[in-house]
Design a protein around this ligand. Structure first.
Ligand SMILES: [Zn+2]
Length: 406
């Protein structure tokens, strides 16, 4: 078999050869030369088991760097248990980041593996890049890790758990006391404030820097450390292209239009189609503006669950008077913008022939106090307090008003 990197004939193109010849892994070689990985791995490499006896803890005391990196990975729940091992997996695009962690984590017995699996459902060889160490070492980690470099620790937390969305940093983390303590410390010592949003993923809490300034303070705090972590530095600091993505979801709702001379005064229902458009940087680590599946989860949680199979007039005081597509768009915008600061446009179709398109205020503008008046008219505290309303008390209290039927 001819190696397309070094042009030599080799018995088998494998990671051992590629490490010598070009520094690529087999998966990267397959991508670069657009050949199927199924043709490159031989049977013995697929669904192979790993042996814990190949792994050992170092006799050396872990460095502050090693302790900081491991502690950060532990509190972000980065490891998964797999048989006798604990593993940290990473996409191939982030291989250098994984190897950057490994350099310091070897002291805890970690080694790199590119493993290949074939399952009844995949019908192809699926590679998995991971660093792993025997599970039996895990209980020793806390006694081995003592001194921590806070900036490095924080940078690894950011590297593993955060996403940048239109300038705001979002953190998605499992609930634990150490995370709460970390966020509190960032607020108290560094004036970096956080808002906790409604959870979108199961068993994960979602936090966002409160403002753009909070995100900038956070990034300048960790910038020098983040610049050191391969791949991650691109996510935060590289100049990248921007693009707009759109996701369509549908919901079924009923509504009526108050004080409207026409059929729409009556309760009627239909299927609404909602298009949500997000414009942002294309994240170099994912190749996405935002993952469509994640975007769908947010819109489902924040909008569809609220509106589907409901009478829109009774969903909120904002829509009680007029559940038009126009006001519905503003209402939906306000429910999404905290989660999707890259939101640029909503389109709501009430029928295939009638739809409304809306480009609302940025999150920054919303935070500065912008509120749409038509949506809030009936929930304003002042409503009912004008002198004009005194005339209402002149109504005949003897109850001459009667319900009449024409
Ligand atoms: Zn070669």
């Amino acid at each position: 078999m001819k190696c397309l990197e070094c042009q030599h004939d080799v018995e088998q193109i494998n990671n051992a050869h590629l490490a010598e010849c070009c520094g690529l892994t087999l998966q990267e070689y397959a991508i670069r030369h657009h050949v199927s990985l199924d043709l490159l791995v031989n049977e013995s490499m697929v669904n192979a088991t790993d042996d814990v006896s190949y792994y050992s803890l170092s006799a050396d005391k872990p460095s502050i760097r090693a302790s900081s990196i491991l502690s950060a990975l532990l509190i972000t729940d980065a490891f998964t248990r797999n048989g006798e091992f604990i593993c940290l997996s990473s996409e191939i695009r982030r291989l250098d980041e994984l190897l950057w962690y490994l350099r310091d984590l070897q002291v805890f017995g970690f080694q790199f593996r590119q493993e290949y699996s074939y399952t009844e459902t995949s019908h192809r060889v699926v590679p998995n890049n991971l660093i792993k160490t025997p599970y039996k070492y895990e209980h020793k980690f806390s006694e081995l890790c003592n001194e921590i470099d806070f900036d490095l620790f924080l940078s690894v937390v950011i590297a593993r758990s955060s996403e940048l969305r239109n300038g705001y940093v979002f953190l998605s983390l499992a609930e634990n006391q150490e995370i709460n303590a970390l966020l509190k410390r960032l607020t108290d010592e560094y004036q970096i404030r956080w808002v906790q949003l409604e959870d979108i993923e199961q068993e994960k809490n979602l936090y966002r820097t409160e403002s753009l300034q909070d995100a900038q303070r956070l990034l300048s705090l960790v910038e020098s450390c983040l610049q050191e972590i391969p791949c991650v530095t691109e996510r935060f600091f590289a100049q990248v292209e921007r693009a707009t993505v759109s996701k369509e979801l549908v919901f079924d709702s009923a509504h009526f239009i108050t004080d409207h001379p026409g059929k729409c005064e009556n309760l009627h229902g239909g299927r609404y189609t909602l298009n949500v458009k997000i414009k942002d940087r294309i994240d170099p680590l994912t190749g996405f503006v935002i993952d469509y599946g994640y975007l769908k989860s947010i819109v489902k949680k924040r909008v569809i669950e609220k509106l589907d199979h409901q009478n829109l007039n009774f969903v909120s005081s904002d829509l009680g008077w007029r559940s038009s597509t126009e006001l519905l768009n503003i209402f939906i915008w306000e429910r999404l913008i905290d989660y999707l600061p890259g939101l640029v446009e909503l389109q709501t179709f009430e029928t295939t022939q009638s739809y409304c398109q809306y480009q609302g205020p940025s999150l920054e503008k919303m935070q500065a106090g912008f509120a749409d008046l038509s949506l809030k008219h009936f929930s304003r505290q002042e409503l009912g307090r004008s002198v004009l309303r005194q005339q209402l008390s002149l109504l005949d209290k003897t109850n001459k008003l009667k319900v009449v039927k024409n």
